[in-house]
Structure formats: structure tokens, C-alpha cells
Design a protein around this ligand. Structure first.
Ligand SMILES: Cc1cc2nc3c(=O)[nH]c(=O)nc-3n(C[C@H](O)[C@H](O)[C@H](O)COP(=O)(O)O)c2cc1C
Length: 260
């Protein structure tokens, strides 16, 4: 089948998911329209894609699931027997039900999730875990996967005959219970507002960006990753201790997995 357009829809507060997505997209022969559903202000418009378009969904794993905010935003997008690739990106602990959840959502919304991957990126909270990932080896595997994805599309007569691979995970999905640290702004904050514009949950008021609404924060570390003066951080002492224990338990390198 011939693909006329590629769209890449992504949720990537700390940028790791976007790196994985870019490595994958780099090996596809058409440029992709990027649809960033990360910021609170992104207000995703309801949209339907056609049977000759390819949609790539990419999201990070939080507590073995896809964060509900991302699910809500993905849910505004519908297919019409539209081929889809699902990418769940995790920080070297486990992806549990996240990839299955993403593939299920795609199916519910009339996409055909004919390819999926669980790939790795630096842990956005415990940054010493999977540091530097995706690395060259991950990128080479993602490039190879993208070529296989394109070959599978080229060999199919239509999206209706594309096989949908089984992916790991259990239904009902595990309860979503993400825990983390609420980043605070230090005196170095220049109130530039970049964090507020990037925050996925509207936890940072643009008129007082040195404040964080703890009840809204999803612990994604997006504000930490975009702050140009590194004024935002989680409590360093608590994080140091948690990171040490986490790295000891989950430090052994995991490899990406591909399903076609
Ligand atoms: C609140 C939260 C929960 C997370 N839960 C998991 C998890 O269950 N398993 C895992 O391996 N990584 C977990 N991670 C790490 C992220 O999946 C990983 O760092 C991902 O690359 C983040 O995507 P981003 O850089 O695009 O924001 C979690 C990160 C956060 C912020």
C-alpha cells in the first residue's frame, strides 16, 4: 500500500520520548507532521486520519501505564482503518501494561496498530538510570525497525490486511499510581515562563512561574528539563537517596523490544 502522509503524535515532557521518535522517523522515506500533545495549552483538536496515512503514537511509561493526560489527548484522534505504530518509551524499570494500553487505544479509535515498540530513554526522574539513552545502539535498532515497518506497509495491499502483533501487558491494566517529586523553583528563577508554557498539566501559573500547584503536578520533570537557568529542581537530598536505591535495583541495561 502507498502511504501519502506520516503524522507523529507525541507526549514528551522531558524530551526522551521525542528522541526515540526522531530516531525512528529518521529512517522513513517521507517527512512527518509532528503533533506535540505535551503542553497543557496544546488543546488537541479532534481529527480523523485516512486509510493511506501513517500515524505514529509515542508516549512515555509512567508507573507501568500511559499517563491519563496523554491518553485523553490521544483519544481526540481517530483513524479510518489508518495504519499506526505505537512507541512506549520507558526508563529502564519496566513498561508493564503501557504498550498494550497504547495499542488498545489505537484500535478503539479505528487505527490498525500493525507495529509497536518499547524503547528506552533516560529516566526522567532518576537521571542516572539509562543515562545517555537512546544511544547509538538504540538508534540503530530504531532505524532498522522503521525500515521493517515501511517494508510491511509496502508489502500489504491495504491496511485491512495488515496483521496486528500481540504486545506484552495485561487487561485490566494495573492501577495508575505514579509517585514522584514536585519540582520547586529556586531564587535563580527569572520568571521567563518557559516552564509554564511546557507544563502538561497546567500546574505552573504563567503569571507566577516560580510556584507549582502540587495537586496538578504529574512529576514529569518537564519544567526541570526546559528551564534555561536550571532554577527548577526536585528536592536534591530526597532525590539523591531515591535515585541511589532505584539505580541499584533497576540499573541493569534493558534492550528495546519490537513487535511487527
Ligand atoms: C512519574 C513518572 C513515572 C515513571 N514510571 C516509569 C515506569 O514505570 N517504568 C520505567 O521504566 N520508567 C518510568 N519512568 C521513566 C520514563 O518512562 C522515561 O524517563 C521516559 O523517557 C520519559 O519520557 P520523556 O523524557 O519523553 O518525558 C517514569 C517517569 C516519570 C516522570
Amino acid at each position: 500500500m502507498k502511504i501519502s502522509k506520516i503524522h507523529a503524535v507525541f507526549f514528551s515532557p522531558a524530551g526522551g520520548t521525542l528522541k526515540v521518535l526522531n530516531a525512528f522517523l529518521s529512517a522513513l522515506p517521507l517527512p512527518a507532521e509532528k503533533i506535540d500533545i505535551t503542553p497543557f495549552s496544546s488543546s488537541v483538536q479532534s481529527r480523523t486520519f485516512g486509510a493511506e496515512e501513517l500515524v505514529v503514537f509515542a508516549a512515555p511509561v509512567y508507573a507501568g501505564r500511559i499517563v491519563p493526560l496523554a491518553i485523553q489527548r490521544f483519544a481526540a484522534l481517530h483513524g479510518n482503518h489508518t495504519p499506526a505504530v505505537c512507541l512506549a518509551v520507558y526508563g529502564n524499570r519496566a513498561y508493564e501494561d503501557a504498550l498494550l494500553e497504547l495499542a488498545d487505544l489505537a484500535k478503539q479509535n479505528a487505527f490498525v496498530p500493525f507495529a509497536a515498540a518499547a524503547a528506552l530513554a533516560q529516566h526522567s526522574i532518576m537521571r542516572r538510570v539509562a543515562a545517555g539513552r537512546p544511544d547509538k545502539d538504540d538508534e540503530a535498532q530504531l532505524v532498522d525497525f522503521a525500515k521493517q515497518v515501511w517494508r510491511k506497509l509496502a508489502q500489504a495491499q491495504s491496511a485491512a490486511v495488515l496483521s496486528v502483533p500481540a504486545v506484552p501487558g495485561k487487561r485490566p491494566y494495573k492501577d495508575f499510581k505514579a509517585v514522584g517529586f514536585v519540582p520547586e523553583a529556586s531564587a535563580a528563577c527569572t520568571r521567563c515562563g518557559r516552564c509554564a508554557a511546557h507544563c502538561p498539566s497546567g500546574a505552573i501559573d504563567p503569571s507566577s512561574p516560580d510556584q507549582t500547584d502540587k495537586a496538578r503536578c504529574i512529576f514529569c520533570m518537564g519544567c526541570v528539563s526546559v528551564c534555561p537557568v536550571r532554577a527548577r529542581n526536585a528536592n536534591k537530598a530526597l532525590l539523591w537517596a531515591a535515585e541511589k536505591a532505584f539505580a541499584f535495583k533497576y540499573g541493569a541495561r534493558q534492550e528495546p523490544e519490537f513487535f511487527l
